[in-house]
Design a protein around this ligand. Sequence first.
Ligand code: NAD
Length: 456
Amino acid sequence: MVTYSPILKKQQSFFRTEKTKDLSFRIDALEKLRSKIKANEQPLMDALRTDLNKSEFDAYTTEIMIVLEEIKFTINHLQSWAKPRKVKTPITHIGSSSYIYPEPYGVTLIIAPWNYPFQLAVAPLIGAIAAGNCAVIKPSELTPTTSEVFAKLIPEIFPEEYIAVVQGGVETSQALLEEKFDYIFFTGSVPVGKVIMEAAAKNLTPVTLELGGKSPCIVHEDANLKLAAKRIAWGKFVNAGQTCVAPDYLYLHKGIKARFLQFFQKAIKELYGEKPLENQNFTRIVSERHFQRLCSFLDNGELLIGGNTNQERLIIEPTVLTEITWEHPIMQDEIFGPILPVLEYESIEDAIVGIDNHPKPLALYLFSESESIQKKVLNQITFGGGCINDTVYHLGSPHLPFGGVGTSGIGSYHGKGSFDTFSHEKSILKQTTRFDLPFRYPNLKDGLNKIKKFIK
Ligand code: NAD
């Protein structure tokens, strides 16, 4: 097996020079990254078109713009995030003061998936750089053109001893995991997340796991149905449903089901045309294997919308299946494609129980005008994050840490969340030498009583 210890050793010694801890070095690195991306928008959009048939609009908004904005936000706030913070000191520690020093972990490993192959390699890298770390990034092998562009751009701005890109598939990941990194940031599927955590456990390496799962989308009877239909259609079918936070399935209130689905059919037509298979801007399925996996769901329940496919171009048109139950194959795992199954409920409690009987979702979306319904769902269901009356948009806010809970992930990032994820918080108590309180020592006369009186 190939070994990556030479890269690791180089990065470890570069980290020891303390250059990466210098704030101006970090800001300079982020600026270089931003300029390099800006200068290469076209090659990146072309690569995303080749790998996934992403339209320029989608490639720019969901992969390039999002990281450019994240870099800008990080540069603007880095100085205040990186400063040691003075915190309170309890009366029992009189004479001392307390501080938290954020410090980088050291050499970090970032493993990225294929669905947003550029964004999901760069977004964690921004956090790693901001916090003062070195990084080895392994982009996905399933989007080779984008990974190739990425692997060409990074060495043009950073030496390998600081930031390195290692290309390859599962064996490469496994060889990297043999090394002792100081932090591992993984984005990908739940089963591989378990493999990563097991490998990390051998060295007690801390991890962030950005995973997936089935994210429900509830439409309650009082929702603005027309708007809900448009926002859900976009959130589900952008990137052909290959989005970790795409609504995985719809949970519709029985009373509005038929009306909502009419609006939904219209929304799909407005977004993707009468014949989505002929829309040259509809993202394709990443591989033949995933295409076949998705096609096997098309006979579940009743086909209401779509269902046409093009095997040669690996395109599946926006599809809606009704008469679905939890027992259908499509309800067993994350769908990760443009097929939307519909469940229905009579009372919101039934929907809550249905969702709660399954692993904790990465995202949840609720469409309802009622504050009490919103409160009920937020209070009763645990999930990574989500939106009320929208889909997917929470992911784009740098003020909202993004991540899962339970099987949908461990940890979070974006904005300050990324800086915090890639930083260890070192707690320091600075003690005075001007006096020395006698209470702390066991030889104080009547010490215990005095302490008890003091504590009361
Ligand atoms: P994946 O888990 O198959 O692969 C992710 C990465 O892990 C790739 O770089 C791959 O080479 C590597 N890998 C695969 N098998 C491995 C193994 N046995 N050992 C070590 N490394 C291995 O995921 P994917 O198919 O690329 O991406 C889709 C999944 O990612 C979906 O489940 C989706 O929900 C999830 N995802 C989550 C987020 C998030 O932010 N939470 C974002 C995007 C995708």
